[in-house]
Ligand binder design. Sequence first.
Ligand SMILES: NC(=O)C1=CN([C@@H]2O[C@H](COP(=O)(O)OP(=O)(O)OC[C@H]3O[C@@H](n4cnc5c(N)ncnc54)[C@H](OP(=O)(O)O)[C@@H]3O)[C@@H](O)[C@H]2O)C=CC1
Ligand SMILES: O=C(O)[C@@H]1CCC=N1
Length: 261
Amino acid sequence: MTIGFIGTGEITRAVVIGMSTVEGEKPTILLSPRNEQIAAELADRFENVEIAGSNQDVVDGSETVCLALRPQDGEAITADLKFGTEHHVISFMPTYSQARLSRIVAPATRITLVTPLPAVAFHGGPTPVFPPDEDAIEMFEPLGTVVAVETEAEYQALCVATASLAGAYAYYETIADWLQGKDVPADKARAFSGAVFYALAATARNAPDMSFSELTHESATRGGTNEQVLTHLKENQVYTEFSKALDGIWDRFENAKPTSD
Ligand SMILES: NC(=O)C1=CN([C@@H]2O[C@H](COP(=O)(O)OP(=O)(O)OC[C@H]3O[C@@H](n4cnc5c(N)ncnc54)[C@H](OP(=O)(O)O)[C@@H]3O)[C@@H](O)[C@H]2O)C=CC1
Ligand SMILES: O=C(O)[C@@H]1CCC=N1
């Protein structure tokens, strides 16, 4: 089977590295020529990866076509391509609902929405998949954990939650920056903030039955320093605002849906 990618950027790089480093047989992968540098790096590194001459060549040479374009570019670029009824289209693009995509990739009707995270490169990414298409599940299962869902609303909610990644890194960057402001060397500040981040993730992973609220409570020693920071952040509406930011992404998905059929 040949899997094609339209848009060879950061997430395609992660998915292709993940797919090309699994045990056993690797899929044949056909990349769109842009981004040139990333496409060349992947084709040089992996025998199963080739670069097509154009986006249409990717479509013509693949049974499964992954759309990995920036949301603002996706519609115009994809609408220029000719798909067939035989194509399985897998979209990584947030805000592209099945209804919106089915207009763009017609006559192709087999459309799967997935949100791979960069950790798929080392087979550690959770990947929401809707609908639970068996081939899509089989493609992403070796790259971490597939979260297959039955409704588009649930998929949309999970996809909205993945808008939190950059903000989470910025939280740890704030810690590293603050440490540097207190004359901790930059490399040590980065390593320490990272170590706190990994330790928290490991603690949560080792206690899957504890809610995040219970973990928060357990970390906030009464009268201690964590309680003071948590109270300050809550009093300043940090978490309320964060939740509102996610509402804003939900609204963006809703507003991108076709208005009439
Ligand atoms: N990054 C992530 O963690 C995740 C991203 N996504 C989604 O996947 C999509 C891609 O994201 P990401 O990889 O981060 O974005 P990037 O900006 O890294 O990649 C987009 C790629 O599309 C290429 N491109 C632009 N115009 C064309 C064209 N006409 N034909 C073919 N390719 C073109 C760009 O090339 P050039 O560089 O030359 O402009 C670029 O390499 C987005 O919709 C994003 O929201 C989904 C899950 C996770
Ligand atoms: O920021 C983005 O657009 C993508 C979607 C999921 C994760 N990153």
